[in-house]
Design a protein around this ligand. Structure first.
Ligand code: F6R
Length: 235
């Protein structure tokens, strides 16, 4: 893994922006896997402020809460429109539909979308417990898109975005670890000391389902963009 230690999210965002531009220079119709949460925000700010052109590109997001529609400002569809898509249009944006009546059919539909649009470059954040997407500790490494019961740790971590913890949805639809591992290139962002243990497990720990991000050690093209605090436990 290539670990790039940065002094700010702005600096991290600029590094990622160059990697996105390189990918688009190779293929303007590239497929980008995108994430929500605080970690990629610096990158989205840099992208919006730049001349990057996604109009021929496709995006596929990692996950979406079950039960929040796109007008809910905590839904990931709302987040993506607000941070990126409304300002930088893509040819096509895919997110799981957390409002689907038949979640199992939606899971299959999303797998089909991922199969038809192989991901060239995937962005990830990392949970304090080492999750990527909503693949919580213990998730099988070959799993595809699935409905997840969020762990108490994730519910607590995400409560900061809601009025209170009770309002955090208890389920999400997530791209699976099996699909994430098929991305040709991955960028993982991690900022802040609350990510230090997860980053240590991801980079230096054994590859184990207890730390889902540790599977990234098996892949050939992974860049971790992190600050001093998040890398403070590395040897
Ligand atoms: C978001 C996602 C999650 C987050 C992770 C870190 O789409 O898939 O895995 O990346 O929970 O969240 P933040 O960046 O808010 O610390």
């Amino acid at each position: 893994m290539d670990v790039r230690i940065v002094s700010s999210e702005e600096e991290g965002g600029k590094i990622a922006l160059e990697m996105f531009k390189d990918q688009l220079a190779k293929n303007p119709a590239s497929v980008f896997g995108l994430a929500t949460g605080s970690s990629p925000e610096g990158f989205y700010r840099e992208a919006v402020a730049s001349d990057i052109d996604f109009t021929k590109a496709t995006s596929i997001n990692l996950d979406e809460y079950v039960g929040l529609d796109e007008n809910n400002d905590q839904s990931y569809r709302y987040f993506m429109k607000d941070r990126l898509f409304d300002k930088k249009p893509f040819k096509k944006n895919y997110l799981p539909n957390g409002m689907a009546d038949d979640l199992e059919a939606e899971v299959k539909n999303y797998d089909e979308i991922i199969r038809e649009n192989p991901i060239d470059l995937q962005i990830l954040g990392i949970g304090r417990n080492g999750h990527i997407g909503f693949n919580e500790p213990g998730t099988p490494t070959d799993i595809t898109t699935h409905v997840v019961d969020l762990t108490p740790s994730t519910i607590e971590a995400n409560a900061r975005f809601f009025a209170n913890e009770d309002e955090v949805p208890r389920q999400a639809i997530s791209m699976g670890l099996g699909s994430i591992q098929k991305s040709k290139k991955i960028i993982l962002f991690a900022y802040g000391e609350e990510k230090a243990k997860a980053i240590q497990g991801c980079i230096e720990g054994p590859v184990t389902t207890h730390v889902p991000a540790s599977i990234l050690q098996n892949l050939s093209d992974v860049t971790v963009i992190a600050d001093n605090a998040a890398t403070s436990l590395l040897k």
